[in-house]
Design a protein around this ligand. Structure first.
Ligand SMILES: Nc1ncnc2c1ncn2[C@@H]1O[C@H](COP(=O)(O)OP(=O)(O)O)[C@@H](O)[C@H]1O
Ligand SMILES: [Mg+2]
Length: 268
């Protein structure tokens, strides 16, 4: 019996985050509430500056709300933790470590012995198709390979929650599609709760159980759209009328947003 079987894995409750902008409060997030169930795959999509990264950083424990709270398994997030794996848009690899050492790094911190680390790293390096490059340094890898290495490193520590901030944003279309399929494959085999941020509407629909659409000024949740397509998702599905309809719905929620009720509010 763990907390996650009793309630949502992630619970964002009335989270507001303001930044001081020349003496005015700028609402990066304005009263955002969201529950993510265990094993759910949520995508978050919205225009640049709508607070997607701010929301993720709060859940990762790298930032804190101005008011409201973020809970994981019913407990307020106080900092980063091994229950949450974070994958950023930029490949956060140690340039002086090989692919293998990069993937093993988090396992060392988790207290695993050398043999176990090696075996685990091997498994995940193979999963992302980098076995031939296990001893290469990051500078020898293409962008897509670096990102696959970052993914292997995040998966290796086996976090039950994956927080991914536009992880495929900088990749070419083909690599992107491959990584989307690989991610769904891993997610369905070894269930995880995923919050995946993207600005790509197609990607948002293809991956998700639910698409959370955000709006900017103030940063807020604009709409939440259920994706009632079965898994495994296939390439043919992208061409189906159901997919097209969902994509159009998400698209218009993202690109035809009505203005918010609050932009910046003067601090008295
Ligand atoms: N540390 C900060 N100081 C001031 N403003 C910030 C800070 N971090 C983010 N912002 C602002 O908050 C808004 C939301 O940012 P962000 O969460 O990065 O948006 P997104 O990831 O959706 O593009 C942006 O307008 C950004 O400029
Ligand atoms: Mg961002």
């Amino acid at each position: 019996m763990t907390a996650q079987t009793l309630g949502p894995r992630i619970s964002v409750r009335n989270v507001t985050k303001t930044f001081d902008l020349k003496g005015e409060a700028f609402y990066a997030l304005d009263d955002v509430s969201l529950d993510v169930a265990d094993n759910e795959f949520i995508t978050v999509v919205g225009p640049s500056g709508c607070g997607k990264s701010t929301l993720m950083n709060i859940l990762a424990g790298l930032d804190s709300p101005t008011s409201g709270e973020a809970l994981v398994d019913g407990k307020a997030v106080r900092g980063p933790g091994p229950d949450r794996g974070v994958i950023f848009q930029q490949y956060a690899l140690f340039p002086w470590l090989t692919v293998r050492k990069n993937v093993e790094f988090g396992l060392k911190t988790a207290g695993l012995g050398a043999k176990e680390r090696r075996a685990k790293a091997e498994h995940f390096i193979e999963m992302v198709g980098l076995s031939d490059f296990a001893d290469a340094l990051p500078k020898m890898l293409s962008g897509g390979m670096k990102q696959r290495c970052a993914i292997a490193r995040a998966y290796a520590v086996d976090p039950s929650i994956l927080l991914m901030d536009e992880p495929f944003g900088a990749l070419d279309a083909l690599t992107r599609v491959k990584l989307q399929e690989q991610l769904l494959d891993t997610w369905s085999r070894e269930k995880r709760t995923v919050m995946f941020i993207t600005h790509d509407v197609d990607e948002a629909v293809f991956l998700a159980n639910r698409v959370v659409v955000m709006a900017a000024r103030p940063g807020r949740i604009y709409d939440v759209i259920d994706v009632d397509l079965p898994y495994p998702r296939t390439e043919e599905m992208r061409l189906s009328p159901e997919f097209t309809e969902l994509r159009n719905r998400v698209w218009s929620a993202v690109y035809h947003q009505t203005p918010g009720h609050r932009s910046t509010t003067a601090v008295a």
